[in-house]
Design a protein around this ligand. Structure first.
Ligand code: NDP
Ligand code: A1CAB
Length: 259
């Protein structure tokens, strides 16, 4: 997303673990990608002198990565985490005192310029540091400042949310095939329906309920489907799934955020 929005590839130093995926990413993104399995200093070298460092490893690996790069950071370097569940205070404990840290919850639609990001700043993060973190995402989505205790809820709505829409497309395709449609046709109809509905939702100021009502003819086919969904407690099913997402964020904090 950053590159598509005009970031100079020459200004980006990326790292990964595997040399094979590093090569693939270099070819795909035209940025320098160094693998830690080939160069154990890769992360420290990438962090040294950077204005902004983005931590994109799994939550369980974030704090050891903070310790690994701590000695290479300049005092003003902004450390931006995308990890679910890892608290700002935990990262701050493993970084030099006073290091500006920003915790974010992005989502994959950033890759098509339609991302949404929740963002919270740590103890040493000033407006200038938050603006630098916002600039990473601003060309490929919208950034919303939230209190850190709301990040798990942001993850439940928008971080994990793309998967809910993709699951809907999968289930609609399966339902179409069950009714006798060719499997490929059912998948194509479902995929383009969810994609098309998403495009309609992206228009400024639209109300999803109004869009839904426009499809729902009185006593028609859509009404029959929607009534069936609601009678089966789709609202409760979605709410419980989102609670499970947020609970998993809290569990990650407890499992990996206390060291
Ligand atoms: N996927 C999503 O939609 C979202 C993910 N997140 C967060 O993003 C983070 C990554 O998740 P996800 O993309 O699913 O995971 P992936 O496994 O796809 O990505 C993790 C990456 O970290 C690299 N890596 C692992 N260890 C090291 C290391 N020591 N040094 C350098 N690079 C390393 C891996 O390299 P290699 O490939 O070479 O092994 C891999 O590229 C998580 O913290 C997650 O919470 C947040 C919001 C949305
Ligand atoms: O599933 C996860 O834990 C990450 C965070 C939000 C989306 N993917």
């Amino acid at each position: 997303g950053m590159l598509a929005a005009g970031t100079d590839p020459g200004s980006v130093r990326a790292t990964g673990r595997s040399a094979t995926t590093a090569r693939q990413r270099e070819e795909r993104f035209r940025v320098t990608v160094t693998a830690t399995e080939a160069d154990p200093e890769a992360n420290r070298n990438a962090a040294a002198g950077a204005d902004v460092v983005v931590l994109g490893v799994k939550p369980k690996d974030i704090l050891s990565l903070c310790r690994e790069i701590a000695g290479a950071l300049r005092p003003g370097t902004v450390v931006v985490s995308v990890a679910a569940g890892i608290p700002l205070a935990a990262m701050e404990r493993h970084l030099p005192a006073g290091q500006p840290v920003v915790r974010t919850m992005p989502n994959t639609p950033l890759t098509v310029g339609m991302g949404v990001v929740g963002m919270a700043g740590g103890a040493a993060a000033t407006e200038e540091h938050l603006a630098a973190a916002t600039a990473l995402f601003a060309g490929s989505g919208t950034v919303h400042r939230v209190a850190e205790d709301q990040i798990d809820a942001v993850a439940a709505v928008s971080g994990s949310g793309p998967a809910y829409a993709f699951l809907l497309a999968e289930l609609m395709a399966a339902g179409g095939a069950q009714m006798g449609l060719d499997e490929d046709l059912a998948a194509e109809l479902a995929r383009n329906t969810v994609a098309g509905a998403g495009r309609m939702l992206a228009e400024p100021g639209v109300d999803p309920a109004a869009l839904r009502r426009a499809v729902t003819s009185p006593n028609g086919t859509t009404e029959a489907a929607v009534e069936s969904f609601l009678a089966a407690d789709l609202a409760g099913i979605i709410a419980r799934g989102m609670q499970a997402s947020a609970a998993r964020g809290r569990a990650i904090s407890e499992e990996f955020g206390n060291s």
